[in-house]
Design a protein. Structure first.
Length: 253
């Protein structure tokens, strides 16, 4: 049995942190799903920048869209949505089979909106509506301005992948924003089941302190931060407030 299948059978979801048109056109992504138990993927502007610059697969689409008057971010998001909707369709059977727990792809709002709550909310709603895929996460940074955008997106029924989280406090603030959105949906008589994940960055901690700690402590800080965060998250799930809302949800964030 492949190691990836063993991880899958233990309950670990393996998500690819990459997307390119070549992966789609060549059938490689489908093979990852069929043979390597990959159950989702994520993207960000840097991933797409590398994909577009290092491949000719986008050239004809770019020429066509430029001819239609598209440029800048408008052109970028059209290309990104084309790739991610195709990927979402590959993962849709997994999404359906797991009742919306897995099988997601992620598209990040423009990084230029990281400190603009209202524009982030508008972009999240628009991108999700354009994709027309229930298994598309919209990635929203867990900045101070991003937190109310996360709440509003969840309230609007937009699945959210909260990104750029670096600590227990960061993650708990994102969880609170998610819960507020769910509670508001319950109060409004709406379906409280809206998908969400929180993406805690692990390796960045170790990269930041690599030159400041002895070799025995290399690649340890990120793991300890993760354990600390997970313990706090489990305590939050056990709280009376969380027990009330998730009891009516398919799953917590």
């Amino acid at each position: 049995m492949k190691a990836t299948r063993k991880l899958h059978d233990l309950g670990q979801s393996l998500w690819l942190d990459n997307i390119t048109r070549d992966l789609l056109n060549s059938g490689t992504l489908k093979r990852y799903v069929d043979e390597l138990s990959v159950t989702g993927l994520t993207s960000n502007p840097t991933i797409f920048d590398n994909a577009i610059r290092k491949s000719s697969a986008y050239d004809s689409a770019i020429r066509e869209k430029l001819g239609q008057g598209r440029a800048g971010e408008a052109l970028f998001f059209e290309l990104a949505l084309e790739d991610l909707t195709r990927a979402a369709d590959l993962f849709r059977p997994i999404h359906d089979r797991t009742a919306g727990v897995d099988g997601f792809v992620s598209l990040e709002v423009s990084p230029l909106l990281a400190y603009d709550t209202a524009s982030t909310i508008a972009a999240a709603k628009q991108l999700f509506a354009r994709a027309k895929r229930p298994n598309l996460f919209i990635k929203i940074p867990g900045t101070r301005e991003g937190l109310p955008a996360i709440e509003e997106a969840i309230f609007a029924g937009v699945p959210v992948n909260v990104t750029l989280l670096f600590s227990r406090e960061h993650t708990l603030a994102a969880a609170e924003a998610y819960l507020r959105g769910v509670e508001r949906r319950i109060e409004a008589g709406l379906d409280p089941v809206v998908g969400s994940v929180a993406s805690l960055f692990v390796s960045r901690w170790d990269a930041a302190v690599a030159s400041q700690v002895p070799a025995a402590l290399h690649n340890r800080l990120g793991i300890e931060i993760s354990k600390r965060t997970y313990r706090a998250y489990q305590a939050m799930l056990a709280s009376p407030r969380w027990q009330r809302a998730p009891a009516r949800c398919a799953q917590p964030s």
